[in-house]
Design a protein around this ligand. Structure first.
Ligand code: HBI
Length: 369
């Protein structure tokens, strides 16, 4: 008899507590998914670093906080870096707790882009599922993700097909997209607002290109996001005349979406294989058309001419041309796309189906619907 309501352990990213902003898009993904899974009637325990706070509580949600030192982010290391585990590390502590709890739960879902939980998956017969949150930013991660995917293809999922193409898979990848709570975002029909950009302020996000475009158009650019790389930010400020960038900081969702909704266009300029592009879904949720480089996840979210425009990566001219035509996009199309493809309820349904299929596969050796 296949269970309809699951008991799930979710293990968060170890690079910062939920709410710190250090976990980047994974933070919002976890919070939105928990809401969606609770809505579907599942029971959850979240294992996360001390300091983690969720913007809601629920009788079917337990949070287990883990004291310890953050894992260094792969984004701050080179592709050839080995795995490093600091003293008093929060990562192994989190997984000791997950292993202790495992026999009382149906499955574990891992959100850490880290070697240890993937390696564990090969060793223990506990059902550990991994939602891979980045492209292959490190060779040792590419190796272990590819290896586990070849051994247990049902237990690895990606946010987008292009992200999955960074890895050596033997089977068609499982793509679950992403999702955010519709009730947190309000549609704004205003078509004459400023240009906006959001993301961790770091080189892989390509802020300099959006500033170049705004500067060419003689406009300001509203910029939201965690100031992760200060040298990078100050170099951009030096390269362009004062007043183009209006730094808005890393805001809680309710304030962020209010300001974001006032934009007439949202620019997305990734320089890496962006796994998904949470901020794109958030902009769409507010009715803001997105103009993005056709690279990584964003290229799979934007339906060119319908909810935004896609331009070739690094194509400044193309971005300027698209901005001049953005009034052709009906803002309602953006919200409609979000509700159909990227609300946390549809995302939770996709994750639920992934886990149930993975459990059925483990139970019966072949996939049952
Ligand atoms: N680095 N070691 C490590 N572990 C993570 O979970 C991790 C990371 N770097 C970035 C990151 N997660 C997230 O910000 C992105 O996956 C979105």
């Amino acid at each position: 008899m296949l269970k309809t309501k699951l008991k799930l352990i979710l293990v968060s990213t170890p690079i910062g507590f939920l709410g710190s902003g250090k976990g980047g898009g994974v933070e919002l993904t976890i919070i939105s998914l928990i809401k969606g899974l609770l809505f579907l009637g599942h029971e959850i325990i979240l294992i996360a670093p001390e300091g983690t706070k969720l913007p809601f509580d629920n009788e079917h949600l337990e949070i287990r906080l883990v004291e310890g030192i953050d894992q260094p982010s792969w984004q701050h290391q080179s592709k050839e870096s080995p795995v490093s585990i600091p003293c008093n590390s929060v990562l192994p502590k989190s997984w000791e707790i997950a292993m202790e709890l495992a026999d009382r739960y149906d499955a574990i879902i891992n959100f850490a882009y880290d070697w240890l939980p993937l390696w564990l998956t090969k060793i223990v017969d506990i059902k550990i599922f991994h939602l891979i949150s980045m492209g292959a930013e490190s060779l040792v991660m590419k190796e272990i993700i590819s290896e586990v995917s070849q051994l247990m293809p049902f237990q690895i999922a990606f946010h987008s097909r292009r992200q999955s193409q960074d890895y050596l898979l033997n089977t068609d990848p499982i793509i679950v997209g992403n999702g955010f709570d519709n009730e947190d975002y309000f549609f704004n029909k205003n078509e004459n607002g400023p240009l906006g950009w959001a993301g961790r302020i770091a080189p892989e996000k390509g802020l300099e290109d959006a500033v170049k475009v705004a500067s060419y158009l003689g406009e300001k650019l509203l910029v939201w996001g965690l100031l992760e790389n200060k040298e990078y930010a100050s170099k951009i400020e030096k390269d362009f005349r004062q007043g183009i960038i209006e730094w808005k900081g890393f805001l809680p969702t309710d304030e962020f979406q209010k300001q974001l909704g006032r934009c007439r266009a949202f620019l997305n300029t990734p320089k890496w294989n962006e796994a998904y592009g949470n901020v794109i879904a958030e902009a769409m949720a507010c009715g803001v058309p997105v103009i993005a480089y056709d690279l990584g996840g964003p290229g799979e979210l934007i339906e060119d001419g319908i909810n935004g425009f896609l331009v070739q990566p690094n194509d400044i001219e193309g971005m300027i041309k698209a901005i001049k035509s953005v009034s052709k996009i009906k803002r309602h199309n953006c919200r409609a796309w979000f509700e159909k493809k990227a609300s946390n309820k549809v995302f939770a349904k996709r994750v639920e189906s992934w886990i149930k299929k993975g459990l059925n596969k483990n139970l019966s050796g072949n996939l049952q619907d």
